[in-house]
Design a protein around this ligand. Structure first.
Ligand SMILES: [Zn+2]
Length: 482
């Protein structure tokens, strides 16, 4: 059982009343022709709301509309219980958030610009996604002492739900961060005299309530609060993004076989992990007999003595070449061995698709080993990314490219790509800022010296692929220090 802190219900301003708990706010509007309830709190809040209304002289049976700012349980779980008291009340929620709710089916989908009218009240709804995919903000007028004030609630201002760990768990797209920034900009364009919070700490409900008895003017009237709160929240999201990219800064030990450990791909992966890199990047190719292998282009030449395509050999042929050359071929596993070996480690896999028509096989294996949450499939070929995302929408995909212009960005958004992988020298704080706003993870490659490495790190990219072990070691030492 959740402990909720009951509050004395009270009239905030005009026909607006507070009937919620300290943990989750609920507001009541007396329209003169029925009541509107905004947010129903946790399941246990329903009882508090009924009681609070009673204390204020209202009857739950007079509630005509129940509005929900977003779908999270702390704003919607009370609804099913309340509907038992007042089964004819109409419920409103953006259907984009319907996956979060339980116990009722919304009667109305809230759309951007909707105006909900009842009695003397008109509530204008603005679609302000970010905190959730379907967060809605409410605007309406309240009157007191002959003056009319504009009241508003930002429907979802919490930023800790936009941490990547949280988003991954709930399958919330990273794009929500970008949407959140857009929503803030939009809300900053609104003039608001009375800020309403859907949690009491947002608009300091308790402190203002305490001031009410002695204050000359109603403490809920504060024309400066709205903008300063929005700016504060925007900064909080930046902090979350920054913290995320620091904490989860992914250094990928490069596939490396061709660069620093030609004989032993497997050991180079192992070394990368041992050195403290928290990611592994590898190439996946398919042989003539359909076996997926980890293979870098250069390695093929070393093994067979000639340039060509892995897909022209069977796995047994490649193995025979390698053994003849004295390479430690038995240590080079198939892609399947690789996933199985590293599946239980806390590392990120970056898998580069090198050839067509491996998309489905690769995706299937990733899901088979349950490493889909920590895997990003990348390619220089946009069509391969498109294919794999179409086949496995939950899989994260990244685009390796030297040319990122507006058209590419548009295409990546349309595909639903998760990561942009530019060469390190292309990475600037301004670009990372823009890409983060759109919701992309940024991981740089082609890092061959410390200047570029530092540039990438300072630009707050999310990760980098480092090809050289000594460089990687120096970097890890530096990051651990700061
Ligand atoms: Zn929420």
């Amino acid at each position: 059982m959740r402990t909720l802190t009951k509050m004395t219900p009270f009239r905030m301003i005009g026909n607006l009343y507070f009937v919620g708990t300290k943990e989750a706010s609920s507001h009541l509007i007396d329209t003169g022709n029925g009541l509107i309830l905004i947010d129903t709190g946790y399941e246990e809040t329903a009882e508090v709301i009924v009681e609070s209304m009673h204390t204020l002289g209202f009857d739950i049976k007079d509630v005509k509309y129940i509005l929900h700012s977003h779908g999270h349980s702390d704003h919607t779980d009370g609804t099913a219980t309340l509907l038992q008291f007042v089964p004819n009340a109409k419920t409103y929620l953006s259907l984009k958030d319907v996956k979060y709710i339980k116990g009722f089916t919304p009667d109305f989908d809230i759309r951007d610009g909707d105006v909900i009218k009842l009695g003397n009240t008109e509530i204008r709804c603005l679609f302000t996604p970010g905190h959730t995919e379907g967060t809605v903000s409410f605007f309406f007028d309240v009157s007191e002492n002959g003056q009319t004030y504009r009241a508003a609630m930002f429907g979802g201002s919490g930023t800790k739900q936009l941490r990547k760990g949280f988003m991954n768990k709930r399958d919330v797209p990273y794009l929500c961060r970008g949407l959140f920034f857009d929503s803030i900009e939009r809300l900053l364009g609104e003039k608001v005299d009375v800020m309403i919070g859907n949690h009491t700490w947002q608009n300091h409900t308790l402190e203002k309530y305490e001031k009410m008895a002695t204050a000359e003017t109603n403490p809920f009237i504060d024309p400066l609060e709205w903008a300063s709160y929005l700016q504060e929240v925007r900064q909080k999201l930046w902090d979350v993004i920054l913290q995320d990219s620091r904490e989860r800064f992914v250094t990928y030990a490069h596939r490396g076989a061709s660069h620093y450990c030609p004989e032993n791909t497997f050991m180079s992966f192992y070394m990368g992990v041992r050195m403290g890199a928290n990611g592994i990047e590898t190439d996946v190719q398919r042989t003539k007999d359909g076996v997926l292998v980890l293979f870098h282009d250069d390695t093929l030449e070393r093994v067979t003595g000639e340039a060509g395509k892995v897909a022209d050999y069977t796995y047994a042929e490649l193995r025979a070449f390698a053994v003849k050359k004295g390479n430690l071929w038995d240590k080079i596993p198939t892609f399947e061995d690789f996933l199985a070996h590293f599946a239980d480690r806390d590392i990120t896999f970056a898998i580069e698709l090198k050839v067509d028509d491996t998309e489905k096989d690769v995706a299937d294996m990733i899901f088979q080993y349950g490493v889909e949450k920590k895997t990003v499939v990348t390619s220089f070929d946009l069509e391969r990314i498109r294919k794999i995302k179409a086949y496995a929408p939950l899989l994260r995909v990244g685009y390796l490219t030297k040319n990122i212009d507006g058209a590419v960005i548009k295409e990546l958004i349309e595909i639903g790509a998760d990561e942009i992988c530019p060469p390190g020298y292309e990475v600037t704080p301004q670009k990372v800022d823009v890409w983060h706003r759109i919701g992309f993870n940024v991981r740089a490659w082609k890092i061959s010296d410390e200047t570029v490495m530092k540039q990438v790190y300072d630009a707050h990219a999310d990760g980098m692929t480092v090809n050289f072990p000594d460089l990687l070691l120096r970097y890890i030492a530096e990051v651990n220090e700061t």
